[in-house]
Design a binder for this molecule. Structure first.
Ligand SMILES: [Zn+2]
Length: 79
């Protein structure tokens, strides 16, 4: 008969319970507080909360009319 681990959601104790395979998927009662306990997950997978808050770097002061290809402030010839 396999042994299963349970964790009580109320008193957070971990206990083991012998259950037949036919009842392996069932919940059991906490021996302390008699509340319903689900099976303890042996491998705790911590889901990394990746906060994808991309910082948008808006270029400040982009109001110039110079084209950047010439040094003169008045670049009417370089379309
Ligand atoms: Zn309990």
């Amino acid at each position: 008969m396999p042994i299963y681990e349970y964790i009580c959601p109320r008193c957070h104790i971990r206990f083991e319970q012998l259950l037949p395979l036919s009842r392996s998927g069932e919940d059991t009662d906490c021996p302390a507080c008699k509340s319903r306990c689900g099976r303890a997950i042996s491998k705790f997978v911590s889901r990394a909360s990746s906060d994808m808050s991309m910082l948008d770097h808006v270029p400040s002061g982009g109001g110039g009319s110079s084209c950047g290809g010439c040094t003169s402030s008045n670049c009417s010839t370089c379309g």
